[in-house]
Design a protein around this ligand. Structure first.
Ligand code: HEM
Length: 411
């Protein structure tokens, strides 16, 4: 492993707890981000926690410990940031999210508004439109011959149906995708990925801020629904704008990534794709297995609000803990044949959408999008042919493809 750079900026420096191994690794090194499986195995092999001196953080990747830290919001808070930086120390690149980077009681209020906006009922109304869009796109790509699964399928689909569901009147797919990448890269250290992403800020942030304004959102979308909560006095107008920003931060790059990862799994496992073709109702189970197997959000942090113990390890107040959702989702102690992609597994309890009070509030929307595309593939496609070695794109919090050339063969 290369010697890690000094990543420690904007958070507490802690002494490694007794019994916890010191691990000289840079979890944000590009070679780890593009091929994380060996790192995940090494991480779990460290024990419950490892101390990473370059970042002065603890990290965990075993399922039980990761789930405990990630879901116990009273001991491990989000308001101090879910990235490396401790928001109690220094300024942030943008005003913190009022849902993701908030704790109760503030979180309870904003979460309620988002749950209502993206209720199962609201999402059910969108399903047939999503299916029509997916059916049409797969039909066109079948006719096209070879194409890139990321820029020709995942991005065009997600940046079409999602902004319409939000009610955005001025769509800009490139800026939406780049904004997501920026928000997620910002969670890491001051490395090349983060600097390159934040350099696009002056071009992207004004567009995003403008898109969150009430006047820019049409009636009937998630955005208008959030603003109606402000009319009812549940939140302020400014908070409504911040919650629309959360949709644009968290709702595009994640689903683009999940779509690409789904294609990657199915292209490399033709027998699993055959199972899906034989029974397209497996789309939901297949998506959950894609999530478990690839963890589109590979890690998020928590900060210890008190001095406490987990798995017999004393964790002092202020400690940042990098929770590797990707490692937990591949833990052989939790999953039988963990390193095999199996769409019949039904991996209940995977951590790809998180756990506890912050569990992904947009998961109904993500599920509706992915199920539409997986159903269209199952119904129209006989075979997904992989044409080259897929290229992954390093990101400090997202495990996403950069390029994957494929050809679809009509059923
Ligand atoms: C496959 C796609 C997606 C994945 C893998 C994903 C993953 C996650 C994860 C792991 C969390 C928990 C964060 C934490 O506990 O710190 C989360 C929260 C969140 N997600 Fe998603 N997400 C996806 C799609 C979406 C979509 C489509 C939206 C919007 C429509 C969305 C909006 C949010 C928001 C606002 C939160 C914060 C919730 C809270 O703090 O209470 N996500 N997501």
């Amino acid at each position: 492993m290369p010697q890690p750079p000094n990543l420690c900026e904007g958070h507490h420096v802690i002494v490694p707890p007794k019994g916890v191994p010191v691990w000289d690794v840079d979890p944000y090194a590009p070679e780890i981000l593009v091929n994380p499986a060996p790192y995940y195995t090494a991480l779990r092999g460290q024990g419950a926690f490892a101390y990473i001196p370059a970042c002065s953080i603890l990290t965990c990747g075993g399922f039980a410990v990761t789930q405990e830290v990630f879901s116990d919001h009273s001991r491990f808070v989000s308001a101090r940031g879910v990235g490396l930086q401790d928001f109690n120390l220094g300024t942030t690149w943008r005003p913190p999210s009022i849902i993701l980077e908030a704790d109760p009681p503030d979180h309870t209020k904003t979460r309620r508004v988002m749950m209502r906006a993206m209720s199962p009922r609201a999402v059910a109304d969108l399903r047939s439109g999503f299916q029509d869009a997916a059916d049409g796109l797969i039909d066109r790509l079948l006719a096209q011959g070879q194409f890139d699964a990321v820029s020709d399928l995942a991005e065009p689909f997600a940046t079409d149906v999602f902004p319409r569901a939000v009610g955005m009147q001025h769509n800009d797919p490139r800026r939406l995708v780049d904004y997501g990448a920026m928000v997620f890269n910002a969670l890491g250290p001051d490395n090349a990925q983060r600097r390159a992403a934040l350099a696009k800020g002056p071009d992207i942030v004004p567009f995003i801020t403008d898109s969150c304004a009430r006047a820019r959102l049409s009636d009937g979308g998630f955005g208008a629904s959030i603003y109606s909560a402000a009319d009812a006095g549940d939140i302020s107008q400014a908070e409504a704008g911040m919650l629309v920003r959360s949709l644009l931060s968290a709702g595009v790059d994640t689903t683009v990534t999940a779509l690409g990862n789904a294609l990657w799994c199915l292209a490399r496992n033709p027998a699993q794709f055959d199972l899906l073709r034989a029974d397209p109702t497996l789309a939901k189970a297949a998506f959950d297995e894609v999530l478990r197997f690839t963890s589109p959000v590979h890690s998020f942090c928590r900060t210890a609000a008190i001095t406490t113990q987990v798995a017999g390890v004393e964790i002092v107040e202020g400690t940042k803990i990098l929770c590797s959702l990707g490692a937990a989702n591949l833990d052989p102690e939790r999953w039988h044949n963990a390193d095999q992609f199996d769409i019949t597994r039904r991996p209940v309890g995977h951590l790809a959408f998180g756990a506890g009070i912050h569990v992904c509030v947009g998961q109904n929307v993500a599920r509706a999008e992915l199920e539409a595309v997986l159903t269209a593939l199952a119904q129209q496609v006989a075979r997904i042919e992989l044409l080259n070695a897929p290229v992954w794109r390093p990101n400090n919090a997202i495990h996403a493809l950069d390029l994957m050339m494929i050809r679809l063969h009509r059923a």
